[in-house]
Write a protein that binds this ligand. Structure first.
Ligand code: SF4
Ligand code: SF4
Length: 341
């Protein structure tokens, strides 16, 4: 693949040409924060964002997604994937997409996720501003981001554009790119390395050490109850997480026997997540206590999935830390506390 350079003055024309050919999504400002949205104009793109409210997984796995529609005549799939470009994804979110790609395809191939995923060209971008609770530099450091087609780095006077796949290479046709010089490539490497130095939070131990000690703390009910004492069971820490992928499925019926089957994001911190029917009106909630639910989330992020994913199921984005009203969800504080106990 190739490494090219495009001048800042030519970047808007590149975006415009791409947007005329295909829908382009990227980070845009929403009041004082940022969200991934479809771009309507090139100047909406904010590659200087720190972190988005919701991760880019919402494009492949929407908060509410119809899976199928039915009526008296039969059933049909609701999936209608369209080609699109997702621009400006930070590397920690690419790592999270790698995880959901694996989890939605390894056994039961999930066409409703993969259909959107396979029609999306992803262009990652360097982190120009680091969010206040990020710790991406100290988590899963052995895991490299894979699932992107090109990588864009802002340097003096323009952008270095490294292509990773044929899909990424095809985007070069939309802009006035020229081969990058060695000096531009070196500057891009320096810019990307510098972002890693700016994380405000830091895990103090390696992945294996953390996994072992967190798992060993499983039976310490007093610890988990104390950590979860202020938890509202709101599920925000699940909802904003790029690596959470649980969902609930509901059928909606209309009076004419038509309807749809829809899946909705669900979260293991909410009170009824682990509630099961026992029949005859009875039920059992096998994680009834807040401490049990809080423990489950930390176990999932730090230990349970490590072998399958090759690293922790947390990419250090800091969204959960920033989103938790009680300010108790921060994996750095929880894990550093467990490691110190
Ligand atoms: S840890 Fe925080 S964000 Fe998560 S459910 Fe509890 S109160 Fe909500
Ligand atoms: S657990 Fe928190 S910091 Fe880790 S990936 Fe999820 S939202 Fe980001």
């Amino acid at each position: 693949m190739t490494t090219s350079f495009i001048r800042s003055d030519d970047f808007a024309a590149f975006l415009t040409a791409m947007m005329e050919a295909v829908p382009v999504y990227g980070p845009v400002a929403k009041r004082s924060r940022f969200v991934f949205e479809r771009l309507e104009a090139p100047d909406e793109l904010r590659l200087d964002y720190d972190v988005t409210i919701l991760p880019p997984k919402k494009l492949f796995f929407p908060p509410a997604q119809d899976l199928l529609r039915f009526d008296e005549a039969g059933v049909e799939a609701a999936l209608e994937p369209t080609e699109k470009v997702l621009l400006g994804v930070h590397f920690y979110d690419v790592k999270a997409i790698d995880q959901t790609d694996l989890l939605f395809s390894e056994r039961n191939y999930d066409v409703n996720y993969m259909g959107h995923r396979e029609t999306t060209t992803i262009v990652a971008s360097n982190i120009q501003n680091v969010s206040g609770r990020a710790f991406f530099a100290s988590v899963g450091t052995d895991v490299q981001p894979e699932g992107h087609d090109a990588f864009l780095t802002a340097i003096e006077g323009g952008y270095v554009f490294e292509t990773r796949t044929e899909r990424g290479e095809a985007l070069l046709g939309y802009g006035a790119f020229q081969p990058a010089t060695d000096a531009q490539i070196d500057e891009a490497a320096r810019v990307n390395a510098a972002a890693l130095e700016q994380c405000p939070e830091k895990l103090e131990h390696g992945t294996e050490e953390i996994a072992t000690k967190v798992r060993a703390a499983f039976g310490d009910d007093e610890l988990w109850n104390e950590l979860a004492a202020d938890c509202f069971s709101c599920g925000t820490c699940n909802t904003v997480c790029p690596t959470c992928y649980c969902f609930d499925v509901q059928d909606t019926w209309n009076v004419d026997q038509s309807g749809q089957r829809t899946r909705f994001w669900d979260g293991c911190l909410t009170e009824d997540f682990a509630k099961c029917s026992l029949g005859d009106g009875g039920s059992e909630n096998f994680r009834e206590q807040r401490g049990q639910r809080f423990r489950h989330r930390i176990m999932r992020k730090a230990t349970y999935l490590n072998e399958k994913l090759g690293g922790p199921a947390c990419v250090g984005c800091g969204r959960c830390s920033a989103g938790c009203t009680a300010d108790i969800a921060d994996p750095v504080r929880v894990i550093n506390r467990i490691m110190a106990s």
